[in-house]
Design a protein around this ligand. Structure first.
Ligand SMILES: Cc1ncc(COP(=O)(O)O)c(C=O)c1O
Length: 391
């Protein structure tokens, strides 16, 4: 009996064309993965990044992206998650248990701060903030309950570059796991595993995508046992990524380093120019001598710096005047995220997001994320907007 049209369409035999060999990775999508028969169904399938059981766990497309990201970060294993924040959550949820303590840098990415302060306590997980420039004080804080230390290089918004060598050495001496938010370095400025860091989280939303059109994150490790702990939580939390989004990140990867270096060069030039402007008290950028943590950046990361700098304005300018400066910018969008093609500017009140002493000037702060526009155009735009702060 002839099958109905819908049945014929669903069961139409599909094979990738013989001899089809092209650079782009095929976009394979599935919720259901079909087994040959029940014997095949019952066969154990290792979580090795090659076995297929169900679309939630991975497809040839997502496994290819995970493998390429592991290469980018110098890792062995990689898990994909729906956003950078989901990557932070996965690491903390997988590696911490009731009674454990996590230490986070005082300049940690804001959403990691909120997760740690307002979500983890309900699972009996305590936390303290540490000064990322002071490895000796971190060493003093490590205790038997400390099971995880988050690192971030450079720190969010104020971009202090941590004493990575000292902080990792202190954790290693006590056998405490380290996880880094590696979005800023993205595997290009430094290799977190070569520095002895155990887990690296990268918000693919930023550089690897590069298009400002997708949200995704990755969690990489070298150690198989650690990867299995993370993978276990990954399955239980039901983290999955859409294959169209995976395709977008795969498209961004070949140009990631070129974009990183181009944006780095424009950012350094604009940061140095901004430092010389009369309205500005201090520019924060790890490659600028005098910026907090500059020596630590030189020690580990002189191969690159990301597309971010922050300007602290002289204290005589109030929040309203700084908002007016940001509104006067024509080429800079006002919005969150970074590493996309369009430059962005956001004013921040840093007094509300730090617990410890601040190693930078007081005043209103604007964070700039530099895109792919020409440096001269961006400089001219900054110059015309600064005119609103002239006497
Ligand atoms: C340093 C850093 N880490 C993590 C994230 C989170 O990434 P996502 O926006 O994909 O959740 C961001 C986003 O702005 C970030 O700046």
């Amino acid at each position: 009996m002839a099958k109905a049209i819908s049945t014929q369409q669903i069961h139409h035999p599909y094979r990738a064309p013989e001899g089809w060999d092209a650079f782009p990775v095929g976009v394979y999508k599935a919720s259901t993965v079909l087994f040959k028969n029940t014997a095949d169904l019952h066969k154990p399938r290792p979580r090795d990044g090659h076995s297929y059981r169900y679309g939630l766990h991975g497809t040839p497309t997502s496994y290819t992206l995970a493998a390429r990201l592991a290469t980018l970060e110098g890792a062995e294993h990689c898990l994909l998650v729906p956003s950078g924040l989901a990557g932070v959550t996965l690491v903390s949820m997988a590696l911490l248990r009731p009674g454990d303590e996590v230490l986070v840098p005082d300049n940690v990415y804001g959403q990691n701060r909120y997760l740690t302060e307002s979500w983890l306590p309900q699972f009996g997980i305590t936390h303290r903030f540490y000064d990322p420039l002071d490895a000796a004080s971190l060493a003093d804080m490590l205790g038997p309950q400390t099971k995880l230390v988050w690192l971030e290089a450079a720190g969010s918004i104020t971009l202090e570059f941590p004493d990575l060598l000292g902080l990792v050495a202190a954790c290693k001496a006590q056998g405490v796991l380290t996880a880094i938010d590696n979005t800023w370095g993205t595997g290009i400025a430094f290799n977190p595993f070569a520095l002895g860091i155990d887990v690296s989280m990268n918000a693919l939303t930023k550089y690897p995508s590069g298009g400002a059109d997708v949200l995704m994150g990755s969690v990489c490790t070298r150690d198989l046992a650690l990867h299995e702990r993370l993978n276990h939580a990954h399955e239980h939390l039901g983290y999955s990524v859409g294959q169209n989004d995976v395709e977008l990140v795969l498209r961004g990867l070949p140009t990631t380093e070129l974009r990183y270096r181009a944006q780095d060069a424009t950012t350094r030039a604009l940061a140095a120019w901004m430092q010389a402007q009369p309205a500005v008290a201090q520019v924060l950028h790890p490659a600028l001598p005098g910026s907090p943590g500059h020596a630590h950046w030189l020690a580990t990361s002189s191969a690159g710096a990301a597309c971010l700098f922050s300007a602290i304005f002289k204290p005589e300018f109030d929040a309203k005047q700084i908002d007016a400066f940001v509104d006067a910018l024509a080429l800079f969008g006002i919005g969150y995220s970074w590493a996309g093609p369009m430059s962005l500017a956001v004013p921040y009140d840093m007094r509300r997001s730090r617990n410890l002493a601040r190693p930078y000037a007081d005043g209103q702060l604007v964070r700039f994320a530099i895109g792919l526009e020409a440096e001269a155009d961006l400089r001219a735009d900054l110059a015309q907007a600064l005119a609103v702060l002239s006497p």
